[in-house]
Write a protein that binds this ligand. Sequence first.
Ligand code: ADP
Ligand code: MG
Length: 377
Amino acid sequence: MDNVKIINIEKTYLSNKNSSKKSFNLNIPRLEINEGEFFGLLGPSGCGKSTMLKLIAGLLELNSGEIYIGEENIVSTPTEKRNLAMVFQESLLFPHMTLEENVGFGLKMRKISREHRKIKVKEILNIVNLEGMEKRYPDQLSGGQKQRGAIARALVCSPKLLLMDEPFSALDPKLREDMREFTKSLHSKHKITTIFVTHDKEEAFFLFDKMAIMNQGKIIQVGSPKDLYENPESSFVAEFLGIKNIFYGDIKNNVFYGKDFILNLVEVKLKIEKGYESNTCFKNDNMDYKGKYLAIKPEGCFVCKSWPEDPLLKKDYGCIKGEIKSMSYMQGFLRLSVKISKGYSIDVLQSYNSDVTFFIGEKVIVGYNFNKINIIN
Ligand code: ADP
Ligand code: MG
């Protein structure tokens, strides 16, 4: 199996050549990517994603550590012998070569005969839907076509590993979406192990089988996008994945004490001492914790004018009074921000219902589903 295994890697950038002061430090104790996986590195700009990719590619030298592809430690293998290919934000096609020559370039370097090259290039251009464009120069191709050309060039030598660094960030939104779909279907057909870097969580949710969330040169959490969203282990991950309602406080007798508001919890999925996969939901008569973050998913909340007398609802939901601060309609959903105290608001995402209208400043009740709450350190 050609898994990618990263063990104790470290890379330090110095603030300038003549100084020993560190300006950035990447440190990854362990990361394993399975053969055939579509793996993502997700994190804010400057967290070290490109550095990590360049270290795997051999475009940068490690300070220490090991990187394995399969059984082989590739740390001292030159880039061109690592059997991998890269796609960057800019397509980097050679401007003076036709698409056909660009895509066939790697094969030419490997001394593959002209006829074989032609067959292979045609096959790959078919896969990326660029058949018939062989004779065009890069400046005669659209942004999306250029990126597909770059992908074709990467795939032509049948790499074991495909590395992609924000390949669609320079494209307009519609094209970016098309390219995402294209890349996903390409991966599901050919199953080339892929490591894809992005700072865009929508892209991450759409594409990745598994991902590592990074911050400041470290991996914060690894898992499938669903695992990470459902069970974030830190407020950083929760916030980065778009869970906007994150409050700090203490929990005593099943009540959460925020800075200037309280929330009744009664029954909440606990993830603190349990491994985050366990996903157990258990009643806890005396839930007492000091200094925790409460992350409430906006889609687990709803806004109503009066609290419905429904015993089933009461079993799963708590409620708090508030005042609508802002409201916007988006694609069948209503996003509301409801002020619940002097300094705090709850973000709510609910299905749009044309029978009920709300207005800014309206006094309402926010219901929150206990099953959509994480208590995190
Ligand atoms: P990302 O791809 O996540 O945006 P990078 O890996 O490009 O982040 O960079 C991580 C950090 O290292 C940033 O603070 C960046 O400014 C710094 N950095 C990147 N390349 C160099 C370099 N060659 N020399 C010094 N600092 C660098
Ligand atoms: Mg980068």
